[in-house]
Design a binder for this molecule. Structure first.
Ligand code: ATP
Ligand code: MG
Length: 160
C-alpha cells in the first residue's frame, strides 16, 4: 500500500472520519512489565521522542490473562505462548499510540530485533531488553495491526 496520503478520489476508499490506518502514520508501543516495573519508561519515552514520535495518549494497564491472550492471539499454540502471557500479566504495562511519518516501519527499527542479543546497538531492546521474552517493548508490525492494537487499548478515545 502506498504510504502517501493520496488525492481525494483515493481517500474515498477510506473511512469517512479521516482514518489514517491505510497510511503508516500511527503505531502502538507497549512498554512491557520488565521495563515498566524497573523504572525504564522515562528513558524509553525519551528515546522515542528523540526519534520524532509524538505520544497521542498513554495508559498504564495491568492486563488480565484473557486480555494478554487476546492481544497476542496470533501466537496462540506456539511453545512460548503460555510463558509470554505469564510475562505480560506479571505487572503493569504502559500502552501508547505514537505518531510520526513511517511510524510502524520506524518504530520497528528503533526497538530492534525480538532478541536483544540480535538487536542493533542503540535500539530500545539492545539498551533495555533482558532476553528474548523480557524484551522491554512491543511495537505493531503493520499499519493494519496498528489500527487494531490502538483500538484494543484506546477504543472510544479521541486521540489528540
Ligand atoms: P512484539 O510483538 O512484542 O512487538 P516481536 O514482533 O518482535 O515482538 P513476536 O514474534 O511477535 O516478536 O513475539 C511476540 C513476543 O513474544 C516477543 O516480543 C517476545 O516477548 C515473545 N517471544 C517471541 N518469540 C519468543 C521465543 N522464542 N521465546 C520466548 N519468548 C518469545
Ligand atoms: Mg510481534
Amino acid at each position: 500500500m502506498s504510504p502517501h496520503r493520496g488525492d481525494a478520489s483515493e481517500r474515498t476508499n477510506h473511512k469517512p472520519n479521516g482514518n489514517e490506518a491505510m497510511s503508516d502514520t500511527r503505531t502502538l508501543a507497549i512498554i512491557k512489565p520488565d521495563a515498566f516495573g524497573s523504572g525504564k519508561a522515562g528513558k524509553i519515552i525519551d528515546r522515542l521522542e528523540s526519534d520524532g514520535f509524538r505520544i497521542l495518549a498513554a495508559r498504564v494497564v495491568h492486563l488480565s490473562r484473557a486480555g494478554a491472550e487476546a492481544f497476542y492471539d496470533v501466537h496462540r499454540g506456539k511453545p512460548f505462548f503460555a510463558s509470554l502471557v505469564d510475562f505480560m500479566t506479571s505487572g503493569p504495562v504502559l500502552a501508547m499510540p505514537l505518531e510520526r511519518e513511517d511510524a510502524v516501519t520506524r518504530l520497528r527499527e528503533v526497538i530492534g530485533a525480538t532478541d536483544p542479543a540480535d538487536a542493533d546497538t542503540g535500539t530500545v531492546r539492545a539498551l533495555y531488553g533482558e532476553g528474548k521474552e523480557r524484551n522491554a517493548i512491543h511495537a505493531s508490525d503493520s499499519p493494519d495491526n496498528a489500527r487494531v492494537e490502538v483500538a484494543f487499548f484506546f477504543a472510544g478515545v479521541d486521540l489528540a
